[in-house]
Design a protein around this ligand. Sequence first.
Ligand code: ADP
Length: 520
Amino acid sequence: MSILRDNRYIQNIWVSMALSAVLPIILGFSMANHFPEWRWTHYPFHSMVESVGAISAITIASLMIMMINKNHLPRYYIWAAIALIGMGILDGFHSILHAGTAFVWLHSTATLIGGVAFACIWLPARWLTPARERYLLPVIVMIAITLGLLSIALPQQLPVMVINGEFSLLAKFLNIAGGMGFLVGTAYFVHLYYLHKKNISRRNKVTSDMVFANHCLLFGIAGLLFESSMIWDAGWWWWHILRLAAYLIVLVYYFSLFAQQQDILRRNEITLLNTNKDLENRVKQRTLQLEKANNAKTKFLSSMSHELRTPMNAILGFSQLLNLDEDLNKDQKEQVTEILNAGTMLLHLIDEVLDVSRIEQGKIAVKFDNVNVSKLVKESCKLLEIQADKYGVSIVCDNSPEDIYINTDELRFKQVLVNLVSNGLKYNKPGGKVIINIEPANTTTRILIRDTGIGIAPEKMDALFQPFERLGHEGSTTEGVGIGLFHSKKLVEILGGKLSATSTYGEGSTFTLEFAAYPS
Ligand code: ADP
């Protein structure tokens, strides 16, 4: 197989065509001259040669049609497929017959159909419209099968093909006409060979052109040699072998192409595997680096927060003492209150950062208990009343008489709830509302914190639970640093629950806490 691909002598079209033409012609004529009386009547061998040819033709045609449909072969190859399928079917019928009119008739019509179809390859590309292309194949298959069946069923209706052991004029005409058709096809492939050879990007097509040039040439010569042969004589067997060789050349070529494709596929698979491994390694390395960086960050935050907490507590303690001083005038009192407010906020922030770093280090301790959420919600509402008044927003607390329980850490749960309600107050409009509802169900209990506030733009929702994301409120008068929701989500996850949010920009948001129901 690789001979076809690699041998540069065979790759020269003229060397290969000389081998396919000169040798067969010389041998054909010398056989007819040297063994004029030699006859070998062997139906089984003939049937074998013809059926191998027929099967090869149909296999090659099917392969070609598949390749044409996948754009691996140019569309004009449809003519070669038509020729092969027509010949294959008629040769198949011919292979099962014994000598007689139908025997020679079927072979001759096979040659004529093949030759004419191969010659049609010269037709301009615009003639081969998709509609025509769709009908051509089924039509030729139908014609070949009908012709084959009718020829076998009605041999007496067929024209005379053999007269006194010699082929009739019609038989010779059909074969020579077919043979000429093949030679016309040969010329097309030689023409393509030179076109493709000149064009570097199409050089890989050169082998295919050459293979089909030789294929057609061998068929053409077989058609012409028919004229000088007699049934069962040496020349007759010789052109049979040439036809078989023509089929085998294309078959071998396609199998070599197939092997080549398999090879490429295998190499690509190996490259893909290596790339995958490489990628996996890189991902592992990056993950390790990220983990290291994250640990370093967590350590840094934790130690910094500790360091900040001590002086902060001192500042707050002394400010509280100062606030008790009766000698301070009104302005000084206001300034001390400012220090206290800002200090408390800062301490709260430090606590949150410290908590997040504890969560990330897996160092947070939680104590699960059977917690009455109804009671807890009411307590939180009370706690936030002053803040609600400050923003001019009212809190509508769940007031169902039934007590609902969940299994959680009371303190941590309250921390999350207060944070969500306080956000609902902060990001609201004067006169707005924050409504808290508990929705018990069979398997889950949901706590909904709904507000009629400013809402969140849809494109910002993805960043909602990210640390230090304020979604456009950076630098606004609304206090905050963007860690609350991130912290709350982490806490809820540790408590075995879920925190999610939906929002309509300009109308308000709903934050939903979801926990497994606990039997009350
Ligand atoms: P902070 O309130 O300190 O900025 P959070 O983590 O609590 O931090 O919230 C992050 C951001 O999410 C807020 O800055 C705000 O833009 C938005 N947000 C949170 N809750 C609401 C809400 N109820 N309505 C509208 N926006 C909200």
